[in-house]
Ligand binder design. Structure first.
Ligand SMILES: Cc1cc2nc3c(=O)[nH]c(=O)nc-3n(C[C@H](O)[C@H](O)[C@H](O)COP(=O)(O)O)c2cc1C
Length: 211
């Protein structure tokens, strides 16, 4: 693999460079770059994406007529050898990630349903999925069901290939917090066991790179 894209799916602006999704992307990028692979992080907070309105104009161009931000991200994915989706559990996934998946899905689906042998521009590119949320290990299975499995289902239509972590975690990995503390601010402070997380990320990245 020569180039990996790492998508930080967080929407929330106030966390800035302390967004857990972004921090996880940075850890992934560090590990990947150690291996001599280029890694580009795409922070969805920097993009003004819009939802798919089903106009069908993408059928000819395979690009969204209305959304250059989407087209830029899509192009980066097409040019990559692998993509990581790092997503928090929101409700259940961040809205901009939904918009990105909707448009990639529509572009592929419109062709596939006329011709079931159709291969999309991202056909077979391996995709790693890393979910997380405000809960600790007890919550990970629910993050899998709501975040990993949801993203993986969409990726199947898009024809990206979800990288399994193992037989139990066939749609990627999930990361929990180690401690949540209240403060005077309205938002809780989430703490993480970064050594344990790095170990898990390294294992998952090795699986991805072997694809
Ligand atoms: C709109 C919204 C909804 C959320 N819903 C949940 C939830 O249902 N369960 C959960 O464990 N965490 C939930 N969270 C907490 C986030 O998943 C958690 O704080 C995560 O670390 C945020 O990632 P980020 O810093 O990359 O945005 C929610 C956060 C937001 C902003």
């Amino acid at each position: 693999m020569k180039k990996i894209i790492c998508i930080s799916a967080a929407n929330i602006v106030h966390s800035r460079n302390q967004s857990t999704s972004l921090l996880l992307c940075e850890k992934i990028a560090d590990i990947v770059r150690e291996k001599g692979i280029i890694c580009e992080i795409i922070d969805l907070r920097d993009s003004l994406l819009s939802p798919c309105i089903g106009c069908g104009k993408c059928y000819e161009s395979k690009r969204c007529y209305y959304d250059n931000a989407f087209n830029g991200i899509y192009e980066s994915i097409i040019q990559s050898d692998g993509v990581f989706f790092v997503s928090p559990h929101y409700a259940p996934i961040p809205a901009k990630l939904c918009m990105l998946l909707e448009k990639m899905e529509e572009i592929t689906f419109l062709h596939w349903w006329k011709d079931n042998t159709y291969q999309s521009e991202v056909y077979g590119i391996p995709a790693g999925i890393v979910s997380h949320g405000g809960g600790s290990d007890w919550a990970l299975k629910s993050y899998k069901a709501m975040v990993n499995d949801t993203i993986s289902n969409a990726l199947e239509t898009i024809q990206l290939k979800t990288a399994a972590f193992d037989t139990e975690w066939e749609t990627g990995i999930s990361i929990g917090v180690s401690k949540v503390t209240e403060q005077s601010d309205i938002f809780p402070i989430q703490e993480y066991e970064w050594n344990t997380i790095l170990h898990k990320l390294r294992k998952y990245i090795d699986v991805m790179l072997s694809k």
